[in-house]
Design a protein around this ligand. Sequence first.
Ligand SMILES: [Zn+2]
Length: 54
Amino acid sequence: MPKSVKICPKCRSAKVHLLTNVSGWLAPQKFICMECGHSGPFFIDVDLEDLKKE
Ligand SMILES: [Zn+2]
């Protein structure tokens, strides 16, 4: 079980999905927020315990 989750840097939602890149394996991973639609490679990793406290 993973102990950390990715959250959106804009709205801090944990509803983040990994975008699969079809253009090639050299591209960095990208994520998209299901809450506000923000997408990019820079999503924050937070500990699950920290997320519960907030
Ligand atoms: Zn968001």
